[in-house]
Design a binder for this molecule. Structure first.
Ligand code: ATP
Length: 518
């Protein structure tokens, strides 16, 4: 675990050093939980968004896009339940004065015990070698069984407390299991209180006329209030979906894990409107589709898992998360929720406007049910970087050991697709390199670099995840060939200049990944 924490620290430092992510307002010592994306960060982020958008809107003829305003009528948030119920349970440690989410403290405890089980398994695997039967070991080993039981007991108390909104019981679990503050090390806790996560501000110029409005904590409500506009103007038939990418804001109690938990972040959400009674079927459909979308990036199927919710949000009748194996454990990246007709019915009631759909097959009007897929762009960004970051031992100069830091990013997401590098800054090599850039730049994000030794230039490209380096040497002038170096294997091939476009397009073209998710 210590090693993993170390990796996370290095990743954060790497993001800054190589222009992926900067602390917001850094020259003023920063603003907590707000971040800016640098020159490579913005490219990676845009590539993630395009992958999501195209997989939703291009691949599904019944899913269309929307871009709704961040500011909305305040009653939207009353109707959606956010004014009354968008709360997190908070608890303070009296000694460190640090604030925590009570539910996260308990989830972390469960994860710690899961970690102990995994440790036992790894130890036994080593001891028994090939003869090891993991399933049997987990069913019979007394240490594992005791820890499993412990998790079961905590879990059932925890789920009940959340569902009953029993804040005292949440505190009691923290006390009973002696959870200590990671900063002060003490168990001196306050009571647990509810804390509303919405930011508010005022709209209007005069003191009398000003109205309190909220910064949206999710993009979904912009979709719900436009559902009929889109359905009518697009002549959409059920089932159909509306997809949107946009900023959301939450005054998170604890925001300490870099871009995992921010106060301003970006969401990619899709609301899929279905016939009542068909919600379970579509929930399963989107669960599978979304998992496929993640796995198609080729970052390792073992890095993902589903996690069903213990406590359903006020609007949901089924919910699951897709979790990614971050350096600090499996964490939610995406939520898939069956939201029933809660939102549309509630908006219908508060606005007094009918939000029904006339179903020509059933010959009747009803309020559709909704399946939502909701993924954070920033969390996705973090998961991709965490999965891609590697420190490799390689053979350096004179056979000495060396390390290279490489981002093994899926080529479709890489900020720069190829670097074009003249071996030397003379003899016409830069000119040829520039002419290659000028041909390829219309299709791929290319970078020209002539500074420093070729080895140093390769390392710089490895560090930002560029999948291909094209080197121009003297032979290139004679026979129009160049070397192409592959980031992951560091192998090099000599290829014709006119073949470059085809070779690169094959690997970085979004089409190839999209084909895996239809
Ligand atoms: P968590 O339990 O981690 O607070 P959540 O269940 O409240 O998350 P949802 O309301 O389901 O999250 O939001 C959908 C997605 O939006 C999440 O899966 C996550 O990727 C992203 N997201 C939510 N809150 C944040 C945040 N504070 N910073 C970055 N991304 C976020």
């Amino acid at each position: 675990m210590a090693q993993q924490a170390d990796v996370f620290k290095k990743l954060v430092a790497h993001c800054k050093e190589y222009g992926f992510v900067f602390q917001s307002s850094e020259i003023y010592d920063g603003l907590a939980a707000a971040y800016d994306y640098g020159q490579y960060g913005v490219e990676l982020k845009n590539n993630i968004k395009k992958y999501w958008w195209d997989s939703m809107v291009l691949l599904h003829e019944n899913v269309v896009g929307l871009d709704s305003a961040i500011f909305m009528h305040p009653t939207v948030w009353k109707a959606s339940g956010h004014v009354d119920a968008f709360n997190d349970p908070l608890i303070d440690n009296k000694d460190s004065k640090k604030r925590y989410r009570a539910d996260v403290l308990i989830e972390d405890l469960i994860q710690k015990i899961e970690g102990k089980i995994e440790k036992e398994v790894t130890k036994a695997k080593k001891r028994f070698g090939d003869a090891f039967d993991e399933a049997q070991f987990k069913e019979t080993n007394p240490g594992v069984l005791a820890n499993k039981k412990k998790i079961e007991v905590i879990h059932s108390r925890f789920a009940k407390a959340l569902n009953d909104n029993d804040l005292e019981e949440l505190r009691q679990i923290i006390i009973d299991y002696e959870i200590a503050c990671p900063i002060s090390g003490t168990k001196n806790w306050t009571d647990v209180r509810q804390f509303n996560l919405m930011f508010s501000t005022e709209i209007g110029s005069t003191a009398d006329g000003a109205q309190t409005i909220y910064l949206r904590p999710e993009t979904a409500q912009g979709i719900f209030v436009n559902y009929l506009n889109v359905q009518k103007s697009g002549r959409m038939k059920l089932p159909f979906g509306i997809a949107q990418i946009g900023k959301a804001f939450r005054n998170e109690i604890v925001a300490r894990q870099f871009i995992f938990r921010m106060r301003e972040f970006e969401q990619m959400e899709m609301q899929f409107f279905v016939r009542p009674g068909e919600d379970q079927k579509w929930f399963e459909y989107w669960k599978e589709k979304r998992m496929l979308w993640h796995k198609a990036l080729g970052m390792g199927d073992d890095s993902y898992r589903f996690h069903d919710h213990d406590k359903l949000a006020h609007y949901a009748n089924a919910a699951t998360d897709i979790e990614f194996k971050m350096p600090f454990g499996f964490k939610e990246v995406e939520g898939i929720h069956s939201r029933t007709d809660f939102d549309l019915s509630s908006h219908q009631e508060y606005s007094g406007k009918k939000l029904q759909y006339f179903d020509p097959e059933l010959n009747k009007n009803y309020v559709p049910y909704v399946i939502e897929t909701s993924i954070g762009v920033d969390r996705m960004f973090l998961s991709v970087l965490a999965g891609a970051y590697n420190e490799e031992e390689i053979e350096g100069k004179d056979g000495k050991k060396d390390t290279r830091i490489v981002l093994n990013l899926p080529p479709v997401l890489a900020p720069v697709k190829l670097a074009v590098l003249p071996l030397v800054k003379k003899d016409g090599l830069p000119e040829l390199a520039r002419s290659i850039v000028n041909t390829l730049k219309f299709d791929f994000n290319c970078q020209y670099d002539e500074k420093d030794s070729i080895g140093k230039r390769y390392r710089r490209q490895d560090a930002i995840g560029t999948p291909y380096c094209i080197t121009i040497d003297h032979q290139s002038l004679e026979d129009n060939t160049v070397t192409i170096r592959y980031r992951d294997t560091m192998k090099q091939d000599r290829v014709k200049i006119e073949e470059l476009h085809g070779i690169i397009a094959d690997k970085v073209n979004l089409r190839e990944v999209l084909k895996k998710v239809v």
